[in-house]
Design a protein around this ligand. Structure first.
Ligand code: CA
Length: 239
């Protein structure tokens, strides 16, 4: 393992490999590019990558087989598959084999980067959860690693998404999140126009954790933007 987070790119078409190497480099990742499936598998097993971008049709070993072998060896590195339109069945199979997402060729570089960002954020979100023991905000106590929430000592039942929202907020007190950003980070995809999904989850979360949901203390509305979690000082001053 080396210092910089790296992305493994397994793609045999030089034009696509060059284009992706260029744009992924802008995200601040070192790119290891290989054009052969067997070599890609070898590298993926030998090193720890933040993400693997895997073409389906490859010399040496096809992308599905690489994916299957990686998952069989308990590697949880996110895998983004690159597929072609003619490989409709294969792309579904790719997901069944343990790929996290796929992009169909020809793709726009913007779309691909958006998917890459979403996958990388999912990984980032998973990390602090393992490290943070307990987050306490006045009467509200969140245990990210156990996925437990207590209010005034009583356990609160949250759905998975409600919990993910709350954990994200609580790990960044005071930071405003747009609805798109919340979709991106909690749902993991770049949906367009589903901000009502966020609103309804926020409303349900508030009804469970807010003493007065009509005047939220913890999950506040940022008009024209989205939501933010109260900072410790604000919570202290209202007590
Ligand atoms: Ca190919």
């Amino acid at each position: 393992m080396t210092g910089d987070p790296a992305i493994l790119l397994v793609e045999d078409e030089p034009d696509i490999a060059d284009l992706l190497t260029l744009h992924l480099g802008d995200l601040g990742y070192r790119i290891d590019a290989v054009a052969d499936g067997a070599l890609g598998l070898q590298k993926a097993l030998a090193e720890s990558y933040a993400l693997i971008i895997l073409d389906l049709m490859l010399p040496g070993m096809n992308g599905m087989e690489v994916c299957k072998q990686l998952r069989a060896s308990q590697r949880t590195t996110p895998i983004l598959m690159l597929t072609s339109k003619s490989e409709e069945v294969d792309k579904v199979l790719g997901l069944e084999l343990g790929a996290d997402d796929y992009v169909t060729k020809p793709f726009s570089i913007r779309e691909l980067i958006a998917r890459v960002r979403a996958l990388l954020r999912r990984v980032e979100l998973d990390q602090p959860e393992e490290e943070v023991g307990e987050l306490a905000f006045g009467d509200l106590v969140i245990e990210p690693s156990k996925r437990k929430v207590r209010l005034n000592g009583a356990a609160i039942e949250l759905t998975a998404k409600e919990f993910d929202l709350l954990a994200l907020f609580a790990q960044h007190p005071g930071r405003a999140f747009s609805r798109q950003e919340l979709l991106d980070k909690v749902w993991g995809y770049q949906y367009a126009g589903y901000s009502h999904t966020v609103n309804s989850h926020i409303n349900r979360l508030r009804s469970k954790i807010e003493p007065d949901p009509a005047n939220p203390r913890y999950v506040q509305t940022v008009w024209g933007v989205g939501y933010r979690f109260a900072e410790e000082e604000e919570l202290a001053s209202t007590e």
